[in-house]
Write a protein that binds this ligand. Structure first.
Ligand code: HEC
Ligand code: HEC
Length: 396
């Protein structure tokens, strides 16, 4: 009986806001539930997320925004091998460290935000209890090169806490999100915009901040490439070389990992990409030198490549696969299992066939057909803090 009452109360929560018998706590919950439901479909929320994404007020020294490293000029990545956050100025490859080495380098290549709303969607049937296997639910969407975080909402607060990305040395990591939330509460335009997005009566909090950023990121979709148009029946969308390249891509075994709608199985694999020379400690990815298979959508727009940007061009990537060997001393090429615990290259990686020069060129042409350049490139003229949109990225 108690259960049934609880169930009933839950069901009523979303509809009967004003019922007099609700306790105070339940009323607050009601307001929040309704606010969340209403916000889910709200353009206000997306626009709020855009402003937050561009606002350097989210960083310790108010100099770095999400857009500093995820900029539309670089297809929402930054065109660098590894990113420069706090203590640097400029945009993309022209960005330079001004901290005199005081701030450690970001150890990885910036991933594009385009289509991250689809992370985890690989078009395969789910295997039960399958370890690394990604699920298609937004709450478990894999994030980062090593999939260490799940969901856009959870991811959104991580750069704010990271010393070298946005936090710097202004406050300790465990205070970072609180400080940023306090700053937002003190800015009248944000107070009004959060109220419009989430409903009045709930002071700005971390959950709302992450929901707004995630809502904006989900709006960044770029899935109408020549390849997609050819799938939809436009016979002129692909050049003959690109069609050939698509077949070769499958024939040589790229599709063992780069498959499905996003051209990724979202699994972790070891390929033994060489370490970046600037890192003092090897990047072990998930701990066994495995990194997530990246989506190949828009890949031609986001050079340089791999988790540390050490391969400059798509031709370089093809040559790496053609060699088919780990170039990292920490990742063994030895297929055998002798119990030494060494990280080994993935079997599907070793199995990629040798390619001719022409086959590699065809595959590159095919990869270029996965670009949809018609994505949202809006740069807000103003952000609520009054700081320069995008941070210290120079005149634009
Ligand atoms: C200093 C540069 C920098 C800043 C600032 C930055 N990012 Fe990133 N972003 C990166 C790098 C580098 C990665 C990959 C990190 C890794 O794999 O460990 C990344 C990864 C991501 C991913 C994962 C994408 C995927 O496919 O897994 C998302 C989403 C993202 N960033 C969103 C944001 C948001 C939101 C902000 C602002 C709150 C932000 N980033 C600020 C550099 C940056
Ligand atoms: C074993 C699974 C696997 C196979 C097979 C495979 N890839 Fe990859 N691919 C990955 C992983 C994992 C990465 C990231 C590796 C890293 O950063 O250390 C990657 C990275 C890439 C990148 C760089 C993307 C970026 O955003 O930086 C390209 C391009 C690419 N692969 C194309 C191909 C092509 C073309 C083939 C076939 C010749 C192929 N891949 C075969 C798993 C695979």
């Amino acid at each position: 009986m108690r259960n049934r009452v609880a169930l009933l109360a839950l069901g009523t929560l979303t509809v009967a806001a004003g019922a007099a018998w609700f306790t105070g706590a339940t009323m607050a919950q009601t307001r929040q539930t309704r606010a969340t439901v209403e916000a889910a479909s709200s353009a206000d929320l997306e626009e709020l997320g855009r402003l937050l994404f561009w606002d350097p007020v989210l960083s310790g020294a108010r100099d770095v925004a999400c857009a500093t490293c995820h900029h539309p000029d670089f297809a929402y990545a930054d065109g660098r091998d590894i990113s420069l956050g706090v203590g640097a100025v400029g945009l993309g490859p022209a960005r330079v460290d001004k901290s005199g080495g005081r701030i450690p380098v970001v150890k990885r290549n910036s991933q594009t935000i385009l289509n991250t709303g689809y992370n985890g969607i690989d078009g395969r049937r789910r295997r039960r209890g399958g370890g690394d296997r990604a699920s298609t639910a937004p709450a478990s969407a894999p994030m980062f090169w090593d999939s260490r975080v799940r969901s856009l909402e959870t991811q959104a607060l991580e750069p704010i806490k990271a010393l070298e990305e946005m936090r710097g040395t202004s406050y300790p990591e465990d205070k970072a999100v609180d400080v940023v939330v306090e700053r937002l509460r003190a800015l009248p335009e944000y107070v009004t915009r959060f109220e419009h997005a989430f409903g009045a009566g709930t002071p700005i909090n971390a959950a709302q901040l992450s929901q707004a950023l995630a809502a904006f990121e989900r709006s960044l979709v770029a899935m109408d490439s020549p390849f997609d148009r050819s799938r939809a029946g436009d016979t002129d969308a692909l050049a003959p070389q690109q069609r050939r390249g698509f077949d070769t891509f499958d024939d040589v075994g790229c599709d063992r990992c780069h498959r499905g709608t996003m051209f990724s199985d979202f699994d972790l694999e070891a390929e033994g990409v060489a370490e970046h020379p600037l890192l003092s400690v090897p990047d072990a990815g998930d701990g066994r030198f495995r990194f997530r298979t990246p989506s190949l959508r828009n890949v031609a727009l986001t050079a340089p490549y791999m988790h540390n940007g050490t391969l400059a061009t798509l031709e370089d990537v093809l040559r790496f696969y053609d060699n088919g060997r780990s170039e990292n001393p920490n990742v063994s090429n030895d297929p055998g299992r002798n119990g030494d615990g060494a990280a080994r290259v993935s079997r599907s990686f070793r199995r990629v066939d040798d390619m001719s020069e022409r086959e590699m060129q065809d595959i590159v042409a095919f990869l270029e057909s996965l670009s949809d350049t018609n994505f949202d490139r809006t740069i807000p003229a103003h952000v609520p803090s009054g700081l320069p949109p995008g941070g210290f990225i120079g005149s634009h």
